[in-house]
Ligand binder design. Structure first.
Ligand SMILES: NC(=O)c1ccc[n+]([C@@H]2O[C@H](COP(=O)([O-])OP(=O)(O)OC[C@H]3O[C@@H](n4cnc5c(N)ncnc54)[C@H](OP(=O)(O)O)[C@@H]3O)[C@@H](O)[C@H]2O)c1
Length: 299
């Protein structure tokens, strides 16, 4: 890959013909009072992709940050997600998100988890419902123009197979947003998604809050050798694997640093060394859900 490549302007093609910006700003755990400014700073710095979710409780402030930035709506890629307790009311879910964000459409609407949780008792799965039925409802959304692309999140190969093999599945998800970092690289899942024409987006791409990766001696050494930060190296590893990355920060200086990704790259040897890191940890488990969604093989 040419070292002159501008990763901050790079997009990845989706199976719909659309193009998702390779670098976005994550907003999970970005609190009200912080996230509006973070979104504004990011967009003014050049980010063109913002990732939020109904479950994050910050869509309203994300929308305000987008307006504050002065960047035209059509230049920005907005992803939001259908919450688990809204699976049976997809229309209401997207209507709520659009209202909170104060936009007419989102670029990508994801099923946040393959878990149709009972809103009255979050320990229970909804009776007579499942993620295949949720997807059947989501497939209707692009017709309205209120959603440009639909996708999934936290789908393991096993659940993707169930979805794709169901006769009701007419639209292959454009994206699967999954946890990906060197300690949870999921090579089989990434390869499977690409083979099926599903673009993988890497969440917790830095290892999330209090990331152990920031203290990893090999990564620190590599970053120092390259004159980069550990976070920049982690993002570049994700980008060179052809996954989009959505680092979260509410700190202006970090938001800026995380976007300094142009004109350099990791060598094949450096990529391989990072990919071969033996440590394993996962930020997001499934113990809090009424159903298992990770099966311990490659996620
Ligand atoms: N689909 C899903 O189920 C799912 C699950 C998890 C995450 N996500 C999405 O993926 C996004 C990213 O994942 P994440 O929020 O788990 O974590 P992340 O982006 O891997 O890491 C965020 C953490 O790293 C810190 N940080 C960021 N840049 C830094 C830098 N340059 N130097 C030092 N520290 C830095 C942040 O601190 P400060 O903010 O304090 O600066 C924050 O504590 C989320 O925000 C969300 O949009 C989706």
């Amino acid at each position: 890959m040419a070292s002159t490549l501008e990763y901050t302007k790079l997009t990845f093609p989706l199976n719909t013909g659309d193009k998702i910006p390779a670098v976005g700003l994550g907003t999970w755990q970005s609190k009200p009072g912080e996230v509006r400014e973070a979104v504004k700073v990011a967009l003014q710095r050049g980010y063109r992709h913002i990732d939020t979710a109904l479950a994050y409780g910050n869509e309203k402030e994300v929308g305000m940050g987008i307006k504050d930035s002065g960047v035209p709506r059509e230049e920005i890629w907005i992803t939001t997600k259908l919450d688990n307790t809204w699976h049976h009311v997809v229309e209401e879910g997207i209507t709520s998100s659009l209202k909170s964000l104060d936009v007419d459409y989102v670029d990508l609407y994801l099923m946040h988890w393959p878990s149709s949780t009972d809103p009255d008792d979050k320990k229970k799965h909804l009776p007579d419902w499942n993620f295949v039925k949720t997807w059947a409802e989501m497939q209707k959304l692009p017709e309205s123009g209120r959603v440009k692309n639909i996708g999934v999140s936290n789908f393991a190969i096993k659940n993707l197979e169930i979805l794709l093999n169901d006769e009701s599945c007419k639209t292959v998800p454009a994206v699967n947003q999954i946890e990906l970092h060197p300690n949870n690289p999921s090579p089989k899942l990434v390869t499977y998604c690409k083979m099926k024409g599903i673009h993988p987006t890497a969440y917790s791409c830095l290892g999330s809050t209090d990331s152990p990766l920031y203290k990893n001696k090999d990564l620190i050494e590599l970053a120092e050798k390259k004159g980069k930060t550990v976070q920049q190296v982690l993002l570049m590893w994700g980008l060179q694997r052809e996954t989009s990355v959505i680092p979260k920060s509410v700190t202006a200086s970090r938001i800026e640093k995380n976007f300094e990704l142009d004109g350099w790259e990791l060598s094949d040897d450096e990529m391989n060394k990072i990919s071969a890191m033996p440590e394993r940890f996962k930020v997001c488990g499934d113990a809090w859900l009424p159903v298992k969604v990770f099966f311990g093989d490659d996620e």
